[in-house]
Design a protein around this ligand. Structure first.
Ligand code: PLP
Length: 396
């Protein structure tokens, strides 16, 4: 979700929530009592078809992944003894770090409790006052949080505007160090960062490049190695961050890069050192998922892309325009925040759960409904869900 660097006060956020609640159109925080296939049963008795899941390959529900998590609980207990540096690091954590580094083609990797921690930890620790960090405006909020904490100078360019990136690079040539940070796959629009151009510009202006593979790891590129691998720029990207909380079906985040960077972060990044780290069950689940992806990744991704095609065809039949994008994240532009939330709410009343992205998660006044199909959806679910969406938009 892109959040720019605009801050909302608690009062503003609360006022918006209260307004939506008063109008009986508050679509957030559905309380799930039980997952049933691709549906969830809420505690108010409503059953919803989930079209907003980031569990793109369905691995969080795979029996082998659940069993690996349960076995880790049986072996290690529900948590470790303390902070990772003293007594919270297990052989599972070490194995997952090695595995992630190997998959991503980097020397080393560091495991964080979440993707949010990973971005904050990497960026806030790598960069400092006097440096410049250049962001795509639709970067995830955790990248911007890391930028703020670093106290570096933050510059932002319009989404994927490579001309603007070049001119900012030209203006910042006197800075101590410059980092270009981007989401590999932008969650708001479902399109890719233009990594070949970004890497070429970084080389021309001697800047570093960080790519967040949160939505792409496991799904995009050869063997699901992400957008960096899709563009074949592994050697030209300095740092890769990401999450195992989406396609990998577990919880946790990572930073991958040179051994010097990773060992430096391991010994000084507050987001790593001052947090407990992932519980062994989550790490074991990630390892089990990565093992499944080794054997069955191509088949799972094939299932996902077939479903994405079914969804795109159904959206076209329903005359629903999509924001241009190449990925499994399907963004239907709606417009005002009120209309976006209203349509999401109407869809919920028809039994379909989507993601209503409004400011600051999307540019102001450009709300969109994000649909995510997964490898597990059935054709009938996709067709029924999208025809209900078309109806809700037409009546909007
Ligand atoms: C691009 C991006 N980066 C980072 C994150 C944070 O990941 P996590 O949920 O593991 O904290 C997200 C989560 O939505 C994301 O979309």
């Amino acid at each position: 979700m892109g959040h720019g660097i605009r801050r909302r006060s608690i009062e503003t956020a609360l006022a918006t929530a209260e307004q939506l609640q008063a109008a009986d159109s508050y679509p957030y925080f559905p309380v799930i009592k039980e997952p049933i296939g691709n549906r969830v049963l809420l505690d108010n008795g409503t059953s919803l078809l989930v079209f907003g899941s980031c569990d793109y390959l369905g691995l969080s529900q795979d029996t082998r992944v659940k069993e690996a998590a349960a076995a880790a609980v049986a072996h290690f207990g529900t948590n470790t003894y303390g902070a990772q540096i003293f007594n919270g690091y297990t052989s599972l954590h070490r194995d997952l770090e090695h595995r992630l580094a190997a998959v991503l083609g980097k020397e080393s990797a560091l495991l964080f409790p979440s993707g949010m921690h990973a971005n904050i930890g990497a960026i806030a620790s790598m960069m400092q006052p006097g440096d410049v960090i250049i962001n795509d405006r639709l970067n995830h909020g955790s990248i911007f949080m890391g930028c703020r904490l670093s106290q570096a100078n933050i510059r932002t360019y319009r989404h994927n505007d490579m001309g603007r990136l070049r001119s900012i690079l030209r203006q910042t040539q006197g800075a101590a160090r410059v980092l270009i940070a981007v989401d590999g796959l932008f969650s708001a629009d479902g399109d890719y960062a233009q990594l070949p151009t970004i890497c070429a510009l970084a080389e021309e202006f001697d800047a570093l490049v960080l790519v967040d593979e949160a939505h792409s790891f496991g799904v995009i590129g050869p063997e699901g190695r992400g957008v960096v691998a899709h563009f074949g720029v592994e050697d030209r990207v300095d740092v890769i961050t990401g999450t195992v909380s989406k396609a990998v079906g577990s919880v946790g985040g990572f930073v991958a890069g040179s051994t010097e960077l990773i060992e430096g972060l391991r010994h000084m990044a507050p987001a790593y050192l001052l947090s407990r780290g992932s519980p062994p069950s989550a790490v074991a689940a990630s390892l089990a998922s990565l093992a499944i992806l080794d054997l069955e990744g191509d088949a799972l991704r094939h299932g996902l892309w077939s479903n994405v095609k079914l969804a795109r065809d159904a959206l076209a039949r329903g005359e629903l325009h999509l924001i241009e994008g190449e990925s499994h994240l399907l963004a239907v532009p709606i417009g005002s925040d009120e209309d976006t939330v209203g349509i999401a709410r109407r869809l919920t009343s028809k039994g379909v759960l989507t993601t209503a992205m409004i400011a600051p998660g999307a540019p102001s006044g450009k709300g969109r409904l994000r649909l995510t199909v997964t490898a597990r959806h059935r054709q009938s679910e996709i067709e029924d869900g999208i025809s209900l969406l078309a109806e809700a938009v037409a009546n909007g």
